[in-house]
Ligand binder design. Structure first.
Ligand SMILES: Cc1ncc(COP(=O)(O)O)c(C=O)c1O
Length: 370
């Protein structure tokens, strides 16, 4: 299997740790171990006593029990913990897809959601979200993309990079369709629980039935990317067992300190959500103003959830714009070309505390150059 470079990750590798303002991060503001442990009395001492032996391959029982609270019908035996969501994507595709299978992928998307399948030799059809439709996916288009060899539909809502949240009615229909067609639904839900209006939160796909696999992680809504703890939740025993068997060839089991910290995080996740949504909401207000005052230069489709949006530059080339901005002003935006988008979009992150200063710097740059 050959995999081309992961464009977005390579772009971040070049800039993430040497640029003053990251205005395109997908995760929410992180915190220190000390701040996380302060959520629970006695947690700091327990952390010190964490045993540094191998851990249970499927994830610690306590952590899996905590993760179940995200779902309505999951039991700890339905949760398989991974090293980040990235590992789970890689293993799902290797576990369930083979050469010449056909998969349909919500597009634009985080690159591995299609690339791993392509690397295996699958045929991949993009299910395209369009800005002119508010990034809404059209279920009729999905029906037209179907082939006799279709094995899986891969969806990501809340969506990276547009912030699109599927409606409940459409999500119900999507699950029904996938069930009827006897396909698998791989539902990347790493931005779940970051809906601006909590009443719009979708049920997790795994709670609809055995056709579905839900993907979760501590990195995004909860702002704890450094833990590298992700998971899948599914009632599908075959998926679970196949992925667990492959995991023996990748990471075997998870980091013991990270599992303990993730357990604390998940027990206190409402506090993390409130903190991070607070940051996002006040950042969205600033970004709304920015785009209103520069409406001849950018389009802006306001996200409904998650920690990013996907505006479009109306004048000039987006790669050149981002390159000049980072060199002259120390502000990093992510050109949409990293998602194979050729329509001049860029990703703008909403989850970081220093967004107001980053936007100020961007405004200064615009006033000098435009
Ligand atoms: C939609 C989506 N899925 C999966 C991942 C991978 O998450 P992690 O880096 O925490 O493994 C990301 C990270 O950006 C993502 O945006």
């Amino acid at each position: 299997m050959t995999l081309p470079p992961f464009k977005l990750e390579r772009y971040f590798a070049k800039y993430e740790f040497n640029t003053e303002f990251l205005l395109c991060s997908s995760d929410c503001e992180a915190m220190s171990i000390a701040d996380l442990l302060a959520f629970e009395s006695g947690a700091a001492e327990k952390f010190q006593n964490t045993w540094l032996g191998y851990t249970e391959s499927q994830g610690s029982p306590v952590l899996r029990k905590e993760v179940c609270n995200l779902y309505t019908t999951m039991q700890p035996e339905n949760i398989l913990v991974h090293t980040g969501a990235g590992e789970a994507i890689y293993l799902f595709m290797h576990a369930m897809l083979k050469e010449n299978d056909h998969v349909i992928v919500h597009t634009p998307h985080y690159q591995s959601l299609s690339q791993v399948a392509k690397g295996i030799g699958c045929q991949v059809s993009p299910w395209i979200a369009r800005e002119e439709n508010g990034w809404v996916l059209d279920l009729d288009e999905l029906r037209h993309l179907m082939r006799p060899t279709t094995k899986a539909v891969i969806i990501n809502t809340p969506h990276n990079p547009t912030g699109y949240l599927m409606s409940r009615a459409d999500f119900d229909k999507l699950n029904k369709f996938v069930q009827q067609e006897k396909l698998l639904l791989f539902s990347d839900e790493v931005y779940r629980e970051s809906e601006f209006d909590p009443s719009t939160r979708l049920p997790a796909a795994c709670d609809y039935g055995e056709h579905a696999v839900s993907l979760g992680v501590t990195s995004k809504t909860y702002g704890l990317a450094g833990l590298r703890i992700g998971w899948i939740a599914t009632k599908n025993k075959k998926v679970y067992e196949n992925m667990a068997a492959l995991k023996d060839y990748t990471t075997i089991c998870n980091s013991a300190p990270s599992e303990f910290l993730a357990e604390v995080a998940m027990r206190n996740r409402q506090q993390l959500i409130d903190r991070n949504l607070g940051i996002i909401q006040s950042n969205v207000a600033i970004v709304d103003k920015l785009f209103t005052s520069h409406s001849s230069l950018f389009t802006w489709t306001r996200p409904q959830a998650g920690s990013m949006g996907f505006p479009k530059l109306l004048k000039g080339d987006i790669e050149e714009f981002c390159d000049d901005l980072v060199r002259k002003a120390g502000v990093l935006l992510l050109p949409g070309t990293m998602y194979d988008d050729s329509r001049n979009h860029f990703r703008l992150g909403l989850g970081r505390k220093n967004l107001p200063q980053a936007v100020e710097r961007l405004e200064e740059y615009l006033s000098k150059t435009r």
